[in-house]
Design a protein around this ligand. Structure first.
Ligand SMILES: Cc1ncc(COP(=O)(O)O)c(C=O)c1O
Length: 398
């Protein structure tokens, strides 16, 4: 479903976008079409179902009205022509890359990426004859230098998982445009509230909607926001055949989550700022990475390209791997869990969990040091989160 230009403010769009076609009389909330297939009264109606206009009411792997509401909401929030919801964030990433790339193509990607995205590029796409050059990406010139004649795309995360490094998104998009290369960003950490990359020149925006967009830790889901032409290709050439479609129930839960995203995200940002400020003053901590702190090396860039700085905080413990283990074993209110963007504060120590299967050398290259801790600051009272971290951290530098 292609989004219509929406004149409303952001919070209004989060609640109402995609729901314009609901009748004035009837359910207030778009109902779930919890069905796999749709019936037709006649051969003529069936023919319409197989056109673009009716493709969300034929068979749920092709589309579903509940999914369409969610897609229109995302397109309105990201400012894209259209969007395509998928079964997971990884389904969105793999669908976008498989739509764009073929054997013999080359892609330039940041080295600090979500681990499965790194593996997809480095192992799976490489097996299919698609080569990736990984770069740091904080110096924009690196993109220019890595581009070859067969480069089809640049793939970035900003802020990146788990290091919170930033890329100058506008500069990166301009380089790509001058080479007629497609740009793709995983915007999961910023959410559409924190950063709208299409306005900065990016072509394709991806999200794991498992995180801030759904927001309650109840869903696995993903989305591609892009031009109507790209979304159509991704849907008809890849998603239908590879099958990574979102279930109607997950689509329904996700658009309920999105209705409160602007409110939740503001609180995530506020809490994260307070927690990051506390961590910065703690003697057991070497450094704190939060784009909203003036001490973040790219704080000026963050102010230029982000509307707000998000709920993710990275920090380095002076005591390395052992200090990280001790911290996650001592927390009481915060939860030791992967994922992010939940109402609850989640903590993880990549060197012993999410990035365990990436070689030590590759970990080092992507800035994942032994004492690096990733905190997804939740919506509890900031003073309670701080007090829990305070009791779990060693009293003095180790
Ligand atoms: C930045 C980022 N992108 C993509 C993903 C993958 O999302 P999903 O688990 O919904 O497939 C994750 C998961 O943690 C992530 O952190």
């Amino acid at each position: 479903m292609t989004s219509k230009p929406c004149r409303y403010g952001y919070a209004t769009k989060a609640i109402h976008a995609g729901e314009e076609s609901l009748p004035r009389t009837g359910p207030l909330i778009p109902p779930i079409y919890q069905n796999s297939t749709f019936r037709f009264a006649s051969a003529d109606e069936c023919v319409i179902g197989f056109t673009d206009e009716g493709s969300d009411s034929v068979y749920t792997r092709w589309g579903n009205p509940t999914q369409s509401v969610l897609e229109a909401k995302i397109a309105a929030l990201e400012g894209s022509e259209d969007a395509l919801a998928t079964a997971s964030g990884m389904a969105a990433i793999s669908t976008a890359l498989l739509t764009l790339l073929e054997c013999g193509d080359h892609i330039v990607a940041m080295d600090s990426l979500y681990s499965a995205s790194h593996n997809l590029l480095n192992e799976d796409l490489s097996r299919m004859g698609i080569e990736t050059t990984f770069i740091d990406g904080t110096d924009t010139n690196e993109f220019e230098q890595a581009i070859r004649t067969n480069t089809k795309a640049i793939y970035i995360e900003s802020p990146a998982n788990p290091t919170l490094k930033l890329v100058d998104i506008r500069a990166c998009a301009e380089i790509a445009q001058s080479h007629r290369i497609t740009t793709i960003i995983d915007n999961t950490f910023a959410s559409p509230c924190g950063q709208q990359p299409i306005a900065l020149g990016i072509d394709i925006v991806l999200h794991s909607m498992t995180k801030y967009l759904s927001g309650n830790g109840t869903v696995i889901a993903g989305v591609i926001a892009a031009s109507a032409e790209f979304v159509e290709r991704a849907k008809t050439q890849v998603l239908r055949n590879f099958g990574g479609v979102i279930s109607p129930f997950n689509a329904w839960l996700t658009f309920h989550g999105i209705a409160t995203l602007p409110l939740r995200f503001a609180r995530h940002c506020d809490n994260a700022h307070q927690v990051a400020t506390f961590l910065q003053s703690h003697p057991a901590i070497e450094w704190v990475g939060y784009p909203g702190l003036p001490s973040h090396p790219q704080h000026q860039l963050a102010k230029r390209q982000m509307q707000s700085f998000g709920g993710m905080v990275a920090f380095e413990l002076k005591g390395g791997v052992e200090a990280g283990r001790q911290l996650v074993n001592s927390i009481r209110l915060c939860s030791l869990a992967v994922s992010l963007g939940d109402v609850r504060t989640l903590i993880c120590h990549p060197a012993s969990t999410t990035h365990l299967h990436i070689s030590a050398e590759a970990r080092r290259r992507s800035g994942i040091t032994d004492g690096l801790v990733r905190l997804s600051v939740g919506l509890e009272n900031a003073e309670d989160i701080i007090s829990d971290l305070n009791q779990a951290l060693p009293l003095t530098a180790v």
